[in-house]
Design a protein around this ligand. Structure first.
Ligand SMILES: N=c1c2ncn([C@@H]3O[C@H](COP(=O)(O)OP(=O)(O)OP(=O)(O)O)[C@@H](O)[C@H]3O)c2ncn1[C@@H]1O[C@H](COP(=O)(O)O)[C@@H](O)[C@H]1O
Length: 112
């Protein structure tokens, strides 16, 4: 599943050096880091509002869509700063290993 993050990152890297009018990501790079950070903030707020809406009985698809927008713009931010999803995924894996949850999840449930 995390393969899509890596493949998307490859596309984001390929957008570097392209003309701003050629693509949305290229236009974001040309507008600069502050514009990208503004988009991350905007998408975070939209995700929070969608979560509140779902909690109040709204359409769950809007939360999925806003979360995808947030993750996407976060990947653009990382790419702009010459990093990608791999170190973030590695950090999550490290924390998961530290918690011992990976072992617990693969162990059969005991009734005692
Ligand atoms: N996953 C995405 C993706 N998610 C969201 N978006 C864009 O993010 C923007 C967010 O919507 P908004 O309404 O908030 O933004 P906006 O009004 O268009 O822009 P602003 O004027 O607010 O800056 C929309 O233009 C969406 O199209 C994305 N644009 C591109 N991708 C991926 O990135 C790849 C490269 O994209 P291009 O650079 O456009 O070729 C594509 O192949 C896709 O896989």
């Amino acid at each position: 599943m995390s393969e899509i993050l890596t493949r998307l990152h490859d596309v984001l890297e390929a957008r570097k050096g392209m003309a701003p009018e050629s693509s949305y990501v290229a236009s974001l790079y040309h507008k600069g880091l502050n514009k990208i950070l503004e988009k991350v903030g905007e998408e975070a707020v939209e995700t929070i509002l969608a979560a509140r809406d779902v909690d109040a009985g709204g359409d769950p698809q809007s939360l999925i869509s806003e979360t995808a927008d947030l993750w996407f713009h976060t990947l653009v931010m990382l790419a702009k700063l010459n990093t990608g999803p791999e170190p973030v995924l590695a950090e999550l894996e490290r924390r998961f290993g530290l918690s011992g949850l990976d072992e617990k999840a693969s162990r059969p449930q005991s009734n005692t």
